[in-house]
Ligand binder design. Structure first.
Ligand SMILES: NC(=O)c1ccc[n+]([C@@H]2O[C@H](COP(=O)([O-])OP(=O)(O)OC[C@H]3O[C@@H](n4cnc5c(N)ncnc54)[C@H](OP(=O)(O)O)[C@@H]3O)[C@@H](O)[C@H]2O)c1
Length: 295
């Protein structure tokens, strides 16, 4: 793939998707990653200074507040500050510099009432503060400039590189890593059986994202690995691949009782990304197999 951008600034650079993007940048693209300690995306002057001094051709925002349950309570302000205000800072600074911002959103902008994959044209209706904050972020990015991308992704898993630096404690890393840890500690786990979506492998997504932003125009897109699965079946797949003998007790979302409401169905239709020239991502189970084998 020919490189379209000479220099790309990646914010939230210690995040799992940001790391995968930096590892798979096309030849000829220099990525400058700034972690939260180096650039707080909600700091207007800091964002402006970073763009003025680095002169990137594109900014990719890997920063986010992803603690879905905490955002219902003590984390509400942080969710809005990072997922909405921070995106506004970046979107405006990129517009002023006449460069695209690539921002990521989530399947949690939907309410899960559908039973077929959601398209970009489907109505949004977030059920949680996190989902609302992410919807605000994607709307802000898209309203600021036609150059800007908002790409919805879902259920990320992949290598976690290094330690996280910040005070936003990260309880799990991602679902397969959490299952691998808990599955070795416990004989059984209660896992939700009625939330369906597409686990997505960050190295696969990163390749697709580079294709999308190289070949596509700004706008709203969705990208995920192929296939869909419930969390209990996802956990069973992790245990089977890793040879872990942990019993999965299937429970409903209501029985599990997490603070934040989540969509029961949120598979993302990828047709628009494919039409833009993105190679379809493989089935999530093939990607999970590779991930578990590499650990
Ligand atoms: N993870 C998922 O399953 C999932 C699902 C749907 C959509 N998404 C979206 O996909 C994107 C990538 O997610 P991810 O899983 O790669 O996220 P992640 O691993 O949680 O990384 C987010 C990064 O943002 C940093 N950050 C937090 N506040 C910041 C601030 N004010 N300024 C700069 N950096 C800040 C964090 O730093 P610290 O580590 O220092 O706190 C962390 O390194 C996000 O937009 C997310 O909302 C993720």
């Amino acid at each position: 793939m020919n490189s379209k951008f000479g220099k790309v600034l990646i914010t939230g650079a210690s995040g799992q998707l940001a790391q995968a993007l930096m590892h798979s940048a096309p030849a000829g693209t220099e990525c400058v990653g700034l972690s939260r300690a180096e650039l707080d995306i909600a700091d207007e002057a800091g964002v402006q200074a970073a763009i003025t001094s680095l002169q990137p051709d594109c900014v990719i925002n890997g920063a986010a507040y992803n603690l879905v349950d905490k955002a219902e309570g003590a984390g509400m302000e942080a969710a809005l500050r990072i997922n909405a205000l921070g995106v506004a800072r970046l979107a405006k600074a990129c517009r002023d510099a006449d460069i695209p911002l690539v921002h990521f959103s989530t399947d949690f902008v939907f309410d899960g009432e559908k039973r077929t994959p959601y398209t970009e044209a489907d109505a949004t209706h977030p059920l949680s503060v996190y989902g609302a904050s992410k919807l605000a972020g994607e709307n802000i990015a898209l309203a600021a400039s036609p150059l800007h991308f908002a790409i919805r992704v879902c259920r990320l898993f992949g290598p976690i590189v290094g330690e996280t630096t910040g005070s936003l404690q990260k309880p799990a890393g991602n679902f397969p890593l959490l299952m691998l840890r808990l599955g070795q500690e416990r004989e059984s786990l209660k896992i939700v059986s009625d939330q369906i979506g597409s686990p997505s492998y960050t190295p696969d997504l990163a390749r697709g994202i580079w294709q999308l932003i190289t070949r596509g125009e700004g706008g709203l897109y969705q990208l995920s690995n192929a296939g869909e699965v419930s969390f209990d079946e996802y956990a069973r797949a992790v245990f089977k691949l890793a040879g872990i003998n942990c019993r999965v007790e299937s429970v409903t979302t209501q029985e599990y009782g997490a603070p934040a409401h989540r969509p029961l169905y949120s598979t993302l239709n990828n047709a628009k990304a494919h039409a833009t020239g993105v190679t379809a991502l493989r089935h999530w189970h093939d990607a999970l197999t590779e991930f578990v084998q590499q650990l």
